[in-house]
Design a protein around this ligand. Structure first.
Ligand SMILES: [Mg+2]
Length: 174
């Protein structure tokens, strides 16, 4: 069904954010990454960036790829994660609403076609990116457990993912 694909099909699927390399991004002409935080970079209940995340961010930095965290998480949680490492962020982003996708582009100073959204949720990260006309990468959630607010989204997501699988549109199993 075209409407489901238009709204919920990400441009790419990868297992973990570490699979998103500067080479991959360059090959797709991407100069900036907007990324979700919870269950994309760390477990939803992990407070701090770990060494792997910092290493990934450093690799992007060294390749002149800009990074912005675009999170629906509250300001306290997101700032505690991002500020110690000087990572730019927008908290309480209200994805899939468009406002902060546009604000994110403004902060990054890149065009839509050179920007990509990374996230673990179809209902927020991918839907928002598709609505904003930005490419997207869906990752497998870091942790199976989510915050309570995600419960309904995940139920809907399972139905959509089943459809994508039936059409052979995804190349990993979770
Ligand atoms: Mg998430």
């Amino acid at each position: 069904m075209k409407i489901i694909e238009d709204k919920f099909l990400p441009s790419h699927f990868v297992k973990r954010y570490e699979d998103i390399t500067p080479e991959f991004l360059r090959a797709h002409n991407i100069k900036a990454v907007m990324t979700d935080l919870d269950n994309t970079l760390v477990a939803f209940d992990a407070a701090d960036a770990d060494d792997n995340v910092l290493k990934w961010i450093k690799t992007l930095n060294e390749s002149n790829i800009k990074l912005l965290i675009l999170s629906n998480g509250n300001k306290k949680r997101v700032s505690a994660f991002a500020e110690p490492h000087g990572i730019e962020y927008i908290a309480e982003a209200k994805k899939p609403m468009l406002g902060n996708f546009h604000q994110g582009l403004k902060l990054l100073g890149t065009k839509k076609k050179n920007t990509i959204m990374v996230g673990d949720q179809l209902m927020t990260d991918v839907l928002g990116a598709n609505r904003a006309n930005i490419n997207s990468i869906l990752v497998v959630p870091v942790k199976e457990k989510d915050g309570w607010a995600t419960y309904l989204n995940r139920r809907i997501e399972r139905v959509i993912m089943k459809y994508f699988r039936s059409k052979n549109m995804i190349n990993w199993e979770d």
